[in-house]
Design a protein around this ligand. Sequence first.
Ligand code: ZN
Length: 427
Amino acid sequence: MPSTTWADAQGLCTFVDASPSPFHVCATVSMLLTGNGFTELHETDSWPGEPGRYFLVRGGSLIGWSTEGLGRTAPFRIVGGHTDSPNLRVKQHPDLSSAGWQLVGLEPYGGAWLNSWLDRDLGISGRLSVRAGNAVEEKLVRVDEPILRVPQLAIHLSEDRKGVHLDPQRHLNGVWGVGSERRSFIDFVADRAEVPADAVLGWELMTHDLAPSALVGTEQDLVSAPRLDNQGTCYAGTQALLAAAENPGDRVPVLALFDHEEVGSMSDRGAFSDLLSTVLERIVLGRGGGREEFLQTMAGSICASGDMAHATHPNYPERHEPAHHIAVNGGPVLKVNQNLRYATDSAGAGAFALACDQAGVPLQRYVHRADLPCGSTIGPITASRTGLSTVDVGAAQLGMHSSRELMGARDVRAYSDALAAFLTPTA
Ligand code: ZN
């Protein structure tokens, strides 16, 4: 599919539906990059000295960049984001039964809005570790059949008909059949993945809502989709990198998409890892530069950490800072927090405001109410791990961390245009 077609809200829907897990986000982005002249590199290989378009994948994280037409000390312009979204994940001993029902043991990943996962037809995706002789291979798997459902309690059985408290241990197991015959869920997934059941040595499996993403509203000016936090940024950031590679400026455009943001980023491939700084250094070293040149390059570089932002909710306007209302289809959002839950300082704000101006899109400025705890993102982590000047930005949405979220259709293009302008600043 040509990038011009993808660079709209329908393209985002296609992207999200293709990407039920962080591993599938990386596969989808890899496919888009490969189709536009990018070459995959592996960390275990030595990297080519020639300028070019490259990317690498580490688990559920991906970094892509282009050095075409650029000297080896050109500073970096980085767009960051995260590939993971809150969901329900499969336990290590998933096979359960209760009251004549066959169940799959599930538990929440990240800050999932648990009520939104009830009464939905759920598929399964993720990856398997599979024995191949004396080695272990990774295999992506997805099952887009409605095999699981977490059923809600009938209102007549609740104590006050006002809803129930959801206990993450007891109330989130998925129904996948009836009867007393013991069934192996992992054997079922292995069968769908076309690998022998006894060859499966490990798994990271998660549920996804099977209802397809859609443009909604009479004007179709809204996107209803799962995982907009933060595949909205993964999609817009990928479009921005493709545009920057086509129209190089004097900075190296980089896209850095991390796994594990929703659980604190502390992993081999999360924003707390060495992934970004290692790749940036290898970009300079691989082209014949030294450590001194790398550090010089870093000092002139800047990162826009992209994550979704809270639009002002029409039914709860009092939950928002009164003078900082955020509209969907109102343009990208600059996120500022005095206590550094967001990394934005005035220098970063200036760089992103200038990019929005150059892209011809409006900029909105978000501040969380001072009497509510503010969420965070990879921005402060990336800034403290790398020393890069960092600005937190995003696109507006409702229902963050619901299994189904809502954003503005026109914001998709505005967001990717702003990120593209950020990656290729004009003098
Ligand atoms: Zn997020």
